[in-house]
Design a protein around this ligand. Structure first.
Ligand code: NAD
Length: 298
């Protein structure tokens, strides 16, 4: 069994660390929040107060932090992971961060003699608790192979996307597509309402025709056609609009730095920004249909 240093025990990291504990690994957990550390201790983990204590004896380091700046500081800062971890340790960053920061940290890790993968996830808090996350993994083959047994404890679907940073690239490309498609499906329902076409009728037709997509058939933004959609529970998340906005902004940063043309991604980011600024950051992202209806009325 391995010794694991886990940094970032929040909504996602907390349950992921518990799954590693349940699989028999020893987990040293670090977070800025005392409550988060207490939750890990209650499950048999060792709560620590510094990066040095978290990683000094670790075979594997896993991090689940808010954004690129946190990851850069935690790994490359003066008292960070790279300054304290044992040579040859395996580093897994599962935070959703910008591709450039992910590549910068991976390069510094390799330079310091470590193996590292970026391994962002989809599947949300329920997936973290149930060990059913999807991991999108970027990094060299040997690091991916070494990470696999740990990722398989925390997740169900593990995909090797390519070299360093491609896990993050996969995550933001997918979520940009999701944001755009949710707006597209929502606009179709709003137009249908204006034209006197029943929601269920549009669903029945489009779900078997060329408009079919996940945002329609698995996560329909109007109540009724898909029982499990957040639309049927007043748009409680699910996947909060603030999280979608974060990913759309990361996609736009990546588009600018790589020179890719993503006009619909830019428009989706602008619309989700307005939606969040209207006090809906905590609403499920499919609730954007209410905002689009309001725009027509304004
Ligand atoms: P969270 O805010 O609940 O957890 C982040 C944790 O990191 C917090 O507990 C915070 O105290 C801790 N932290 C911040 N800086 C730290 C530092 N320097 N040292 C130690 N701990 C530190 O966020 P979350 O929902 O768990 O999300 C974590 C990551 O997972 C984010 O990048 C997010 O985009 C991604 N993600 C979240 C979801 C979701 O549904 N919540 C889904 C997919 C991906």
């Amino acid at each position: 069994m391995a010794t694991i240093g886990f940094i970032g025990l929040g909504n996602m990291g907390g349950p992921m660390a518990v799954n590693l504990l349940k699989a028999g690994h020893k987990v040293f957990g670090l977070d800025l929040s005392t409550e988060a550390k207490e939750r890990l201790s209650a499950e048999g983990g060792v709560a620590v107060d510094s990066v040095a204590e978290a990683v000094a004896s670790a075979d594997v380091v896993v991090s689940m932090l808010p954004a690129g700046a946190h990851v850069l500081k935690v790994y490359c800062g003066e008292d960070g992971v790279l300054a304290h971890v044992r040579p040859g340790a395996l580093l897994i960053d599962s935070s959703t961060i910008d591709v450039d920061s992910a590549r910068q940290v991976a390069a510094a890790a390799v330079e310091a003699g470590m193996r590292m993968v970026d391994a962002p996830v989809s599947g949300g808090v329920a997936g973290a608790a149930g060990g059913t996350l999807t991991f999108m993994v970027g990094g060299p083959d040997d690091a991916y192979e070494a990470a696999l047994p740990y990722l398989e404890i925390m997740g169900k679907t593990i995909v090797h996307a390519g070299g360093a940073g491609t896990g993050q690239a996969a995550k933001i490309c997918n979520n940009m597509l999701l944001g755009i498609s949710m707006i597209g499906v929502s606009e179709a329902f709003v137009l249908a309402e204006r034209l006197g076409l029943d929601h269920q009728k549009l669903y029945d037709i489009s779900s078997t025709a060329s408009g079919q997509c996940w945002s329609l058939t698995s996560y329909c933004p109007v109540p009724g056609p898909v029982e499990t959609s957040p639309a049927n529970r007043d748009y409680q998340p699910g996947f909060a609009a603030a999280m979608m906005l974060k990913d759309l902004k990361l996609a736009q940063e990546a588009a600018h730095s790589s020179g890719a043309s993503t006009p619909l991604g830019a428009e989706a980011a602008a619309l989700y920004n307005m939606f969040c600024n209207a006090g809906e950051a905590g609403t499920d992202f499919s609730g954007i249909i209410r905002f689009l209806r309001g725009k027509q009325e304004a």
